[in-house]
Design a protein around this ligand. Structure first.
Ligand SMILES: Cc1ncc(COP(=O)(O)O)c(C=O)c1O
Length: 369
């Protein structure tokens, strides 16, 4: 009899992604209306694609520096400086998710607690657990704002960092400067790191310029990437800025995990900040306006100000029942408990074409009664 071979206890604590579950179901119904996944519905701009093809043919296919190729580093540094983000160093990573994982590895010792606003991006709790930490939630319902009492009540001697996502997935919420300052002040007072995931920083629909956590503090870990801004979710490219100490630690972990971010996509992404994506952002803003106007009379909704999601409350606060009803009509949306302790809301990704969006919204309105 072979002896039993156990997997780590860690794997038992990880929840499979509830987004993937609905997305996989949606894939079985090609005629369905899939509003489940956060894939931008535009392709990588032609000059960037051509550059990637050129670089592959030109033989730029080897390992590159763990910290990222110099030309891309310079472009990102210029970009961050133009937005007056405070940082001492940057690291180019395998997507924003790569940056998140490396940041958590650098911050968490076993048993440390990381605070994150609830609702939260689906990866957060799992990445924290993968790194040996304990996710703790900051309640932001019903308006998704960060409040002092909600943060303070969760801080213990084990708390190590506050992780925020701005603009937020699944809410589309954009934090005010006051909320960011509140987080920074609490973090300073309690000796906590602040980590800000700003992967949707290009998709902001308010008039004022987007305020990064890196505009507020001098030592935040701020991450973003090219997945959403340039439509290259499959190319796996992101970047993170922070103090020298933090970036050095993350680079060490990168050396022994991802090794380096993809060489070809780094070369191609050098062009990304020069490509004008404003037409896409305008289109997403128009879709945000459309979905919000169409649903606001029948659903309790906070108007999103960024990203490409909207997070209405399900009728009767029962997301499970509502999602099942939607699936019967081949509309695929994500139940709130994928992103939250609660299952009262549902997420719509409006990164789909207008016709699909119109049909899906009609179904959701019809089944809401
Ligand atoms: C909040 C948030 N962070 C990170 C990611 C993943 O970004 P990347 O593709 O750059 O790893 C997503 C993707 O949906 C997201 O919503």
């Amino acid at each position: 009899m072979p002896t039993t071979k156990f997997l780590s206890t860690r794997i038992q604590e990880i929840r499979p992604s509830g987004i993937r579950k609905i997305f996989d179901l949606a894939c079985q119904f090609p005629d369905g209306l899939d509003l489940s996944i956060g894939n931008p519905d535009f392709d990588v701009p032609e000059p960037i694609k051509n550059e990637a093809i050129f670089q592959i043919k030109n033989g730029f296919n080897q390992y590159v520096s763990t910290r990222g190729i110099d030309d891309l580093r310079q472009v990102i540094i210029k970009h961050l400086e133009s937005r007056k983000v405070n940082f001492e160093d940057i690291l180019i990573t395998s997507g924003t998710t790569g940056a998140l994982y490396l940041a958590m590895l650098a911050i968490i010792s076993p048993g440390d607690e990381i605070l994150m606003a609830d609702p939260y991006f689906v990866a957060y709790a799992n990445v924290i657990i993968m790194c040996g930490g304990i996710p703790k939630i900051i309640n932001t319902y019903p308006d998704f704002k960060l409040r002092e009492d909600a943060i303070l009540s969760q801080i213990t001697s084990k708390t190590k960092a506050i992780l925020i996502n701005n603009p937020g997935n699944p809410t589309g919420f954009v934090y005010s400067t006051e909320e960011l300052k509140l987080v920074a002040e609490i973090a300073d007072k309690h000796g906590l790191h602040v980590v800000s995931d700003e992967v949707y920083d290009k998709f902001v629909y308010v008039n004022e310029p987007f305020v990064s956590m890196g505009n507020i503090t001098t030592d935040a870990v701020v991450m973003s990437g090219f997945s959403k801004s340039t439509g290259m979710t499959g190319w796996r490219l992101g970047y993170v800025s922070g103090t020298k100490e933090m970036i050095d630690a993350m680079a060490t972990f990168q050396q022994y995990s991802y090794v380096c971010a993809n060489s070809v996509t780094q070369k191609a992404a050098v062009l990304a900040f020069d490509v004008d994506m404003s037409e896409y952002v305008k289109k997403y803003k128009a879709r945000r306006d459309f979905v919000y106007s169409a649903l606001k009379d029948q659903f309790n909704i906070i108007k999103p100000e960024g990203a490409f999601y909207i997070f209405p409350e399900a009728p009767g606060g029962d997301a499970e029942a509502f999602i099942n009803k939607a699936i019967e009509h081949k509309v695929f949306i994500i139940p709130g408990n994928v992103f939250s302790e609660r299952n009262t809301h549902f997420r719509i990704s409006y990164a789909v074409n207008d016709e699909k969006l119109q049909k899906a919204v009609d179904v959701l309105k019809k089944i809401s009664n």
